[in-house]
Design a protein around this ligand. Sequence first.
Ligand code: ZN
Length: 568
Amino acid sequence: MAEKDIKKEAKKADKCNEAESESSLFWADQIAEEVKGRAEKDPVLKKVVKENSYVVYDEKTPSGIIHVGSGRGWVIHDAIAKSMRALGLKAKFILSSDDMDPYDKPNKDLPESWNKYIGMPFRNMPSPVDGYESFADYYFMQCVEKFEEFGIDAEIESTGKCYDSGRFNKAIKTILDNHDKVKAIFERIYDKPYDKISFNPICEKCGRIATTRSISWDKKKELIRYKCEENLVDWAKGCGHEGEISPYNGNGKLPWKVEWAAKWPSMGVVCEFAGKDHFTRGGSRDVAIAIADEVLDYPPPYPSTRTTIGKGYEFFTVGGKKMSTSKGMGIGFAEISKYLSPRIIRYLLVRTRPHTSLDFMPEGRNDLILLYDRYDYTERVYFRKEDVEEKEYNQQKRIYELSHIGEIPKKMPVQIPLVLAATSLQIGLNEAGAIKVLRKMKHIPEELSGIDEHHVLERIRDAKNWLEKYASEDAKFTVQDEASKEIREKLNDNQRNALHKAAAAAKEISNDKELHNKFYEISQESGIEPKEFFKIAYLVLLNKERGPQLASFMLTLGEKATRLFESV
Ligand SMILES: [Zn+2]
């Protein structure tokens, strides 16, 4: 794609984003404002935020490798919490591991011997790798360990530990005491009889949680009678044990949809998004908001209200041949930084409104080049190096602030477009060589500050990754040590003559535009078409018919290039 087309595409994409926005505020700031407005008006929330600060909450079941799509939710919630802090509010993003959930299907990454744990809570299963507390801890921490690289500030919680500590006790009691209301909600939404008691104890005999059925709740003694049944679910077999147990302090859990509602007052949640699949009519959010409103008397978090579900965020996938794993699932969040720089992923997720679906394709098309160019544009706007309208400035400024990882530098870092970094790397052969080339091309000054050097090296590394994994063959080249015999034999006298003249010109002219014009003159004088001249020049230099812009490329290569032309 030509640079002009890339710019046009970028403008189109930006228009789409703008069209969705009714407010001139950046999306995360707009949400922060709305949540603040709610908390100021609603007496329940007013008290909650005063006691707890503004809790932006997200949760994930650690059932195995966590897909990159979940990373979208984490970046969204992190950006919202940051926007709230920018408003002067005390706000935090809490991410909880839903580690009380049962192991419900065999994990394809593990041997069959793990099937004996089916039906048990993830937190009570051993870790497949030494050094982690449990199965749940292992898979969850794979992602959390990457948070710093992605600039995600989150407080990490374990839902199981919250059960242990008694944080859910009050909500559990309210839900069990108000069984009639819970039953009425399920029957209303699903239009079929609901005969369960909303609590799943952990069987005291076999340790399973998926196989237990609560038979009765003794409100006075506060005890649950339960049976561990053989055929309650078809994927796990219970042991037949019958017992009586307190539902408090980690002896079991609430079923998912009820648990979601119980978390909100227990944790003081004011904002929690999830993938759009949860936000359908009759979906888990629909049930959870009814329970929060009618049973727990708590206003459901943004984007829901007591009566409306709201909208979840759209899917995020990263596609392409290299990214699909042998198991056929999409790429895991923990692995994505091997393929794409966290800086650029965070930028992509922050600049795109949550209700826009994202299927990012780093291979083939020019999406990745375009994304780097947009990142650089946003950075230039932030540092007032682009002449743009105030609205655009405000938008890009917030994108930059909320997507920047680490402290924002005082001065704009040196920018090297991805494609230029790739060219200099292919000429210079390694990082140090690429820096030398960029210096020679006058893209970077003789003396680079520490911050600038860090940025330039980062871009060179991203370019290396791009060349190795995604770039088309057109973008790749190797400067030849000598012109191939085959090419030398094919050249006629006119062509040889033109190349000799071009070598002489490159020694005399140091301005790339002048040299470029000179090449046209030379081809005319030598009686060959300019197109043909460029083709033979690239064949001699690169053993390919195309390459980077010839004049500046020759000047960068210097003697190496002139020698090749003279040798034919
Ligand atoms: Zn059992």
